[in-house]
Design a protein around this ligand. Structure first.
Ligand code: MN
Ligand code: MN
Ligand code: MN
Length: 293
C-alpha cells in the first residue's frame, strides 16, 4: 500500500495545483496523502472543505490527512517540522500560520533588501509577482532572477545568491523549534522532524535535536524522505527505535521530473516501530467484518 505524508503543491513551492496532486495520487493508488506545503494549509483546505471537496470525498481515495511543513530555528539552523492530523481551524494553528506568514513576508523584505544592495532593483515586487497567491519563498526570487536574465537558471540563483550561506539566505525570522512543536500539538496534530539527515548534523547533534524536539512534545521522525540509501533508512530506524519515536514516510514531492520522486512510498515493515499512519487506518473491527460504521 502506498502512502505519502510529505508533498508540496503550488500553494507553496510545488508545481501542481492541490487538485492535480490529489489526481496524481489517485492515479498512483495512494491510500493516504498529506499535502504538507511550507507554512500554509491552503491546499488541504481547498481540497477538504473548499472547491476541491468532491475530489477528496471520492471513495477511490486517497484519504487526505491535514498537513503542513513549518520552518523553525534550532541551534542556529533552519529545521523543518511537519505537522500531521491537526485541526486546521484551531486557534493554535491560526496563530502559527499568521506568525509564519509574517515571518515569510519579513524574510522576503530582508532578502530583497540584500539583493537590492547588490544592484538587483525590484526584487521584492518581482518575487511577490512570481509568488502570486503562494507563500513567498526563495524559489520566487530565483524565478524572478531567471526571468530577468540576472542568472541563467534556478541552480545558479541558489549557488550565487540564495543558497545556504549566500546573501539571500536569511534565517532569523523563523519561530523557535519548541514553539512550532507546541502549536502543532495544541491543535491536536503529531509533529514530525522532516528529513532528519538533510541538516548534515553529527550523530551527537542529531540526538540533541531529537531530545529538544521530544521535550517540546514532538513524537515522530521521517525515516524515509524522497530517494535515500538503505543505510540512511537504517540509521533513522535505529534513531526512532532508541527514542521510541513514531515514524513517518514521504516523497517530499515538488514536481514531476527526472530524479524527482513521485508521490507514494510503500508502507515499510515496522519491526516494533510505530507508524504515524496507524492513527488513520480504518479500525480493525471494520476489517474483520464488523458492520461498517
Ligand atoms: Mn520545498
Ligand atoms: Mn523540507
Ligand atoms: Mn518538503
Amino acid at each position: 500500500m502506498l502512502i505519502d505524508f510529505h508533498t508540496h503543491t503550488a500553494a507553496s513551492d510545488g508545481d501542481l495545483s492541490p487538485r492535480e496532486l490529489v489526481e496524481l495520487a489517485r492515479a498512483r493508488e495512494l491510500a493516504m496523502l498529506a499535502i504538507t506545503d511550507h507554512d500554509t494549509v491552503a491546499g488541504y483546505v481547498e481540497m477538504s472543505t473548499g472547491p476541491g471537496r468532491e475530489y477528496t470525498q471520492n471513495p477511490a481515495g486517497p484519504r487526505l490527512i491535514p498537513g503542513v511543513e513549518f520552518s523553525c530555528r534550532w541551534s542556529g539552523t533552519t529545521i523543518h517540522i511537519l505537522g500531521l492530523g491537526m485541526d486546521c481551524g484551531h486557534s493554535a494553528m491560526r496563530e502559527a500560520l499568521e506568525w509564519l506568514n509574517l515571518a515569510r513576508t519579513e524574510r522576503g523584505r530582508k532578502i530583497a533588501e540584500r539583493l537590492e544592495a547588490l544592484g538587483f532593483n525590484g526584487a521584492l515586487d518581482g518575487a511577490l509577482a512570481e509568488a502570486g497567491a503562494s507563500q513567498l519563498g526563495r524559489p520566487h526570487f530565483s524565478a524572478w532572477m531567471v526571468a530577468n536574465g540576472h542568472v541563467s537558471d534556478h541552480n545558479q540563483a541558489f549557488d550565487r545568491y540564495l543558497g545556504q550561506g549566500k546573501t539571500g539566505d536569511v534565517k532569523a525570522f523563523w519561530p523557535e523549534l519548541a514553539q512550532v512543536v507546541e502549536w502543532i500539538v495544541a491543535a491536536g496534530g503529531v509533529a514530525v522532524i522532516a528529513h532528519p539527515l538533510k541538516y548534515k548534523f553529527t550523530r551527537m547533534k542529531l540526538r540533541r535535536l531529537v531530545l529538544d524536539f521530544m521535550a517540546a512534545g514532538g513524537q515522530a521522525i521521517e525515516i524515509m524522505s524522497g530517494y535515500q540509501s538503505a543505510d540512511q533508512t537504517g540509521q533513522l530506524r535505529r534513531l526512532a527505535s532508541e527514542f521510541a519515536l513514531e515514524v513517518s514516510v514521504g516523497s517530499d514531492f515538488h514536481r514531476e521530473g527526472p530524479y524527482n520522486p513521485l508521490p507514494g512510498v510503500e508502507i515499510p515493515a515496522l519491526d516494533g516501530l510505530r507508524g504515524v499512519w496507524e492513527r488513520w487506518l480504518p479500525t480493525p473491527s471494520c476489517a474483520i467484518g464488523g458492520r461498517p460504521l
